[in-house]
Design a protein around this ligand. Sequence first.
Ligand code: ADP
Ligand code: MG
Length: 620
Amino acid sequence: MELALMSNPETHQFQAEIQQLLNIVIHSLYTDKEIFVRELVSNAADACEKLRFHLASGKPVHQSEVAPAITVTTDDQAGTITITDTGLGMTHGELVENLGTIAHSGTKAFLKQLAEDKKPDVGLIGQFGVGFYSAFMVAKKVTVLSRSYAPDEQGWQWTSEGMGGYELVPAADLPRGTKITLELKDDAKEFAQADATERIIQRYSSFVPFPIELNAKRLNTVQAIWARSKNEIKEEEYNEFYTFVGHDHEKPLYRLHFSADAPLAIQALLFVPERNFETLGMGRIDSEVNLYCRKVLIQAKAKGLFPEWLRFLKGVVDSEDLPLNISRETMQDTSLMQKLNKVLTGRFLKFLDEQAGKDPDSYDKFYQEYQRFLKEGVVTDFTHKEALGKLLRFESSTLDKGKVTSLADYVKRMPSDQKEIYCLLAPNRAAAEASPYYEVFRDRKFEVLFLYDAWDEFVTDHLHTFDGKPLKLAEKAELNVNEAKKDGALSEDAAKALAIWLKESLGEKVGTVRPSQRLVDSPAVVVDADKFMTANMRRMMKAMKKDAGEDEPVKLDLEINPAHPIITRLDAMRQKDAALAASVAEQVLDNARVAAGLIEDPRSMLIRLNQLLERVLSKE
Ligand code: ADP
Ligand code: MG
């Protein structure tokens, strides 16, 4: 301080716009006060980066033997925090220029808005480069000591208490770089605590590429490997990084490391964990992708960076196009965020598709774990439906049990007379193959996809088409078996007459009864009378309305197979023994409902079944 006495301090006023800015910074209740640490450390890192550039270009540099680095010290007795760097420093002219006038178009834009609107949204302030001035959110006095890298310069001390302007005096014997000391306001004394400050630096500045020490303790030890080129990075480095960002001790299932220049500058390193934590009974998970701008954290677990259905992703996205000072509150709905989201999601889906092609086994594993997320995407996200459709996998009637196909491969196998992609909902393979709905496909030799997941119906519904081909549920398919007159089959008229009798006999239990064109081996099948309703959907609706008490009467149509022995003999029986025939008719209906998965408790039909058995046995 004695130096200040040697010469009269120069006093300067801040540029009018800076005054306005300070007024807002100082008087608005900014929710994220701690970001001043991030801003000052970032400025220090920028200064180090610029110095490194000068060193590399062979310019003469004062104290060239001193490596660029950052030191933070806290003093809770004095209530101060100090950020020091051995970066390029500032000359007198630069101090005046950089810390007293507006260098940013962003700041100008903010002030323009101020001029137009008397009460600006203070939440927006973060969007417009506050940077250095954020120090005044927490400090009553800021002292900057700086010595430029240029050999024939000297040191300067810059001090300011905010609104009143600043003073400049020469300062002798300063090392190269900049030292900024903040005398904290009473309500910001927590930043003089080592613990609090350490947490903030770890949070925002873990990947700053210059050493950061806090009170002589080295803080940042993990490298920002996402910014390095892929072929320089070892597998162990990736895994170590994943452990750090993913908080997961297992190795990741997938890793995507990419960079793009257009339409946005992006560097991303994304991981898919080995296991889906949501199915491990841990409830809904949150995305753990952190958003950085040039290695400085903008937002941890950035909301809106990816769609909800990709919430299993972990890792880092770094984009130079983000304003560093963006605030968390305003981040979510910027159009920049939407653009990032679109680009990143598209890239990740492309990656999955490539993996599926390259290594189907590991894709299978991924699919087993994460298919529900992809399906959620199909149902909720119109933008990426096409790309998601390509990623779905199903068992199929033409493949062995356990093998799956993509829709694209299915379409390739479709014969020219097949216009639709057929899907059969069933609890498992055996049930699918035994399903009466499957018979017509087997007969016509059309491939059918077997869908075992209760969500699949919604998926096919939302996907609607793939590659221009409609997806059709088997029970809704309008297909007839090949015309081949079977011996002993009922004539058309006889079948119609039987159908009328059945409707009379079964009464309200069925909608209409009609001869079927789709059955080969089964005597009968139920078809939902509602064109848009399926057995699966009914089951799910029923499960949702568990406590609703009374079941709604379900309107099912019954289709009968005129060539099946049970049906032909039933026709004969109704002339001879109407009571027995009525009982058989009810059993035929119940059996068809069992096949459709619509009878939850088959015990309800045991009494009738036992009576029928008794009748059969007593005949002998
Ligand atoms: P930005 O960092 O976005 O340029 P700031 O308000 O944070 O905006 O800083 C304004 C300017 O002050 C910087 O561009 C830089 O030229 C200068 N500056 C701030 N801190 C330092 C530092 N530690 N060393 C050298 N120059 C600095
Ligand atoms: Mg800055």
